[in-house]
Ligand binder design. Structure first.
Ligand SMILES: [Zn+2]
Length: 123
């Protein structure tokens, strides 16, 4: 198994399918939360959060993280967040539907810049 060199903002994984930490390239990551910002084009989003640890589901309370490329965009957004044992960093992996394309971004949470929606905190 080889660990790919992480590139900032890129999601990489080994030939065995092990995801590399988007912050340090380490292979001891934990994806623990799923966020969905459900939205038809230009409609108000409906926010859904699922804790993969507890199974708790919350609606409309926690806004899904957004990446810097298009922010919230005009359509739906799905984000996964987790942490890394190697660097202890937290990251978000964000899929944003925008103009017929799916934009994939990785964003550090606890260090460096992260786009915030301007509505309310998503944490
Ligand atoms: Zn890491």
């Amino acid at each position: 198994m080889t660990t790919p060199t992480p590139e900032p903002g890129m999601l990489t994984y080994t030939s065995d399918g092990v995801m590399a930490c988007p912050l340090c390239g380490g292979n001891n990551t934990h994806v623990e939360h799923a966020y969905i910002s459900a939205r038809k084009e230009d409609h108000e989003p409906r926010e859904i959060h699922v804790s993969a640890i507890t199974g708790e589901v919350t609606r409309e309370e926690i806004i899904a993280p957004a990446g810097p490329a298009v922010g919230e965009g005009r359509r739906q957004r799905i984000a996964l967040t987790g942490h890394c044992e190697n660097c202890t960093g937290e990251y978000a992996i964000i899929f944003t539907q925008h103009k017929g394309e799916t934009i994939l971004e990785t964003v550090p949470i606890n260090e460096g810049p992260i786009y915030r929606t301007g509505r309310t905190s998503w944490r």
